[in-house]
Design a protein. Structure first.
Length: 306
């Protein structure tokens, strides 16, 4: 998997690869840890697990139908993502959903340990890693992740904790419908998942990028095509070769680091990028929705003066 600070020639292929890894991790967490221990995954997949178990107990099914129900539940949620979070986000999320459902259907349900606590922890960590890397590359694993992303953009709250709050419904259904022991272990699993998600997906963390380049106009144009962020242009000079260059300063979210790196190195593959942690910012700092609104706004022609 490509690093966020390394230029990737084929961005779409990278995202497809990330979707495959994310889908496989989710299916492994589900079939090897959570389902055998009757510990439920967060979001739509957890709801699909519950429906599958209830149908099996009622004698209406003979096998695990989690993968199929996961597809069914995700359809209306994917429509929300299409309307509110963008087409690219939704298309790759749908691809990830299909991969997760496919791996879940193909892989056998097999227990690797009989300890429910170990199943909860490992299942939660693997799920969190799958969700985190997907969100970091600009899409999701579907289900309640999309709801959490939408709420995060509107409330600016942590995605992980929004997931935890939304997924309490899974815990309550598991507790009242099955047994409270399963519900309590589900809380542990969801907590582990949310902590890992917040470690990987860091859209609320701001960083400052210092870009040293000899082609400032090309870099500014490339970055501005992907991100609507203020860029400060500082004339500078190399201390070793004493050649003039330009230092660009831009404050972004860590979630935008991948786009910034691709744009910068695509315009100048010899550019030097220094990433600094930013405690806080004062002034206008656009959310991704506000950036999208500015992109959609019609460009007004300057008025001539008589």
């Amino acid at each position: 998997m490509a690093k966020l600070t390394k230029f990737v020639q084929h961005d779409t292929l990278t995202k497809i690869g990330v979707a495959l890894v994310s889908g496989l991790l989710t299916a492994i967490a589900l079939n090897f840890f959570l389902t055998p221990a009757q510990v439920f995954q967060a979001g739509a997949t957890g709801l699909a697990q519950l429906i599958s178990i209830f149908l099996h107990r009622l004698g209406l099914s003979s096998g695990d139908l989690t993968g199929w129900f996961n597809l069914l539940i995700n359809m209306p949620i994917a429509y929300l993502g299409w309307r509110k979070l963008g087409r690219s986000f939704t298309l790759f999320s749908i691809l990830n959903i299909l991969i997760i459902s496919g791996f879940t259907i193909v892989l056998p349900v097999q227990s690797l340990t009989n300890d429910p606590l170990m199943n909860s922890i490992f299942g939660g960590v693997l799920t969190g890693a799958a969700v985190g890397i997907a969100l970091r590359y600009g899409f999701s694993t579907g289900g309640f992740d999309i709801l959490s992303m939408y709420l995060s953009k509107t409330t600016r709250k942590s995605v992980g904790w929004l997931m935890f709050g939304i997924n309490l419904i899974i815990v309550l259904i598991a507790g009242f419908g099955l047994q409270w022991e399963s519900a309590l272990y589900t809380i542990i699993s969801i907590y582990c998942m949310t902590r890992v998600v917040d470690m990987i997906h860091t859209s609320n963390q701001k960083i400052t990028a210092m870009i040293v380049t000899e082609h400032p106009d090309a870099v500014v144009a490339a970055v501005s095509a992907r991100l609507i962020r203020g860029i400060t242009v500082i004339p500078s000079r190399g201390g070793f070769l004493h050649r003039p260059n330009t230092t660009l300063m831009i404050v972004i979210t860590r979630y935008e680091l991948y786009d910034l790196t691709q744009a910068t190195l695509g315009a100048d593959h010899q550019a030097f990028i220094d990433i600094l942690n930013t405690v806080d910012v004062v002034g206008e700092f656009l959310t991704s929705d506000e950036q999208d609104a500015k992109r959609r706004a019609p460009v007004q022609a300057p008025q001539s003066r008589v």
